[in-house]
Design a protein around this ligand. Structure first.
Ligand code: ASP
Length: 444
């Protein structure tokens, strides 16, 4: 039978009211049989996540300080959820076991993992679903890298014959038996792995936004939600700072051809964003903007190099890039002219070695002119439909020209999936707004 894996983030399970919404969502679709919960997150903006409180308890325990007061706050939150939901269960034994473990062996990953573990216990009880401990199915090697094949096998074995299951997110166990977590936000990864293992029809990732937005809402007022985005487009936008999903959550579902649907627990009526493979049938899509999204990041520098007859000097680029390589700096973009080349790099990587880099480039290629320009922002205009649409770049630059924004660098990937533009950092918000207007507002 086709099934859905549903992952709920911390804000979706922050209190009893949120638990009720989650249960309604699950019960409204009989295919939602595998559930991956996060730990209780923030209920209001300056609330503290359970995961952070657990890290704190572990730190106190590690320095031999009494952590019972902080631990009591954690217990109160879980007990509050249990009593508000009116379920008949006690986590007292679990609390005692966790406190005892923290006293004798305060391990960070173990401490943090208990947030999801306890929330999973409550959710399983509330839904009447089976509880499957992630420690039994998510397997890491001794260095902490996920063993995907072993994990998939273990998940299949464990879930085989179970009608449904709640599997806590964020953690697993090493082959040596230690609890190990993914990096922060890692319940997304657990959900993706479970979806791969059970060959889910879809991986639903429920959070507190109705999907990916075309642009940052702090810059563009009320931006549209992206209806459908491909994994490749998502990579481009996420790299430029747009984030809703853990980076490592992509591979397990992408490799299995399973789409991800980002949904909003507080607005289940919204369709959210569908993240699909490249071979998706776009003709079925209803929304047809030329671009999918716009994202930008500050904090770049360009190294500008000029030398007469540069183009005929074999190995020129290689020598320059070798200098960056020797200093451990990776480059982002490298547009070039006949006698000029400019390399965009992350300023924070360049800063500690900037004088050495300049000296080494001089030594390597003896340029006529060499300078570093700081304060550069990079903006990515991403869209799979750009490939077959003429005039896209012209429209981007018309938008920039009308706003009197100087374009410092242009780069278009060979896949024609994105256009990258370098502008001054202070021009970035206006550039994003103008491009949004040009492609989204004017195409409505
Ligand atoms: N609870 C963990 C965190 O706060 C993992 C997650 O929510 O995905 O990072």
């Amino acid at each position: 039978m086709a099934n859905k894996v549903v992952k709920f983030g911390g804000s979706s399970l922050a209190d009893a009211n949120q638990f009720r919404k989650v249960a309604d969502i699950i019960k409204s679709d009989s295919k939602r049989i595998y559930v991956v919960p996060s730990a209780p997150g923030k209920r209001f903006s300056d609330d503290i996540k359970i995961t952070d409180m657990l890290y704190k308890c572990c730190e106190l325990a590690g320095s031999g300080v009494d952590f019972s007061e902080d631990f009591q706050i954690i217990k109160d939150r879980y007990n509050g959820i249990i009593s508000d939901l009116g379920i008949d269960m006690s986590l007292e034994d679990e609390f005692n076991a966790i406190a005892a473990e923290l006293k004798s062996r305060p391990a960070k990953d173990f401490a943090a993992s208990r947030g999801e573990y306890l929330n999973g216990k409550i959710l399983a009880k509330y839904l009447g679903y089976n509880f499957v401990d992630a420690a039994d199915v998510i397997i890491f090697d001794t260095k902490g890298s996920l063993l995907l094949e072993d994990t998939v096998k273990a998940v299949r074995e464990k879930l085989d014959g179970l009608e449904n299951a709640v599997i806590p997110g964020f953690y697993g166990k090493t082959t040596e038996g230690c609890i190990k977590t993914f990096s922060r936000g890692g319940s997304d990864v657990t959900g993706s792995i479970i979806a791969n293992a059970v060959r889910a029809e879809i991986y639903e990732n429920w959070t507190d936004v109705s999907g990916f937005l075309v642009a940052d809402p702090r810059i563009v007022e009320n931006p549209d939600v992206i209806e459908t985005i491909t994994y490749r487009e998502l990579r481009e936008l996420a790299y430029m700072g747009a984030s809703v999903l853990h980076e490592d959550a992509i591979f397990p579902v992408r490799s299995a051809g399973i789409p991800i649907n980002i949904r909003n627990t507080n607005r289940p009526q919204d369709a959210g964003t569908m993240i699909v493979a490249n071979d998706y049938d776009f003709s079925k899509e209803s929304l047809c903007h030329t671009i999918t999204g716009i994202a930008g990041r500050k904090g770049f520098s360009t190294i500008n190099i000029e030398k007469a007859m540069m183009n005929s000097e074999t190995g020129f680029g290689m020598k320059v890039l070798k200098v960056l390589f020797d200093h451990g700096i990776s480059f982002e973009h490298m547009p070039s002219g006949i006698d000029t080349m400019s390399i965009t790099v992350d300023s924070s990587k360049l800063d500690p070695v900037r004088e050495e880099v300049l000296a080494d480039i001089r030594k390597a290629v003896n340029p006529d002119h060499l300078e570093i320009e700081d304060g550069i922002a990079i903006l990515a205009v991403v869209g799979r439909r750009m490939k077959n649409t003429r005039g896209t770049v012209a429209r981007i630059f018309a938008a920039m020209a009308h706003a009197r924004i100087n374009v410092k660098m242009i780069d278009q990937g060979s896949s024609e999936l994105n256009v990258i533009i370098g502008v001054s950092e202070h021009d970035l918000p206006e550039a994003i707004r103008r491009i949004y207007d040009m492609f989204i507002n004017s195409e409505k």
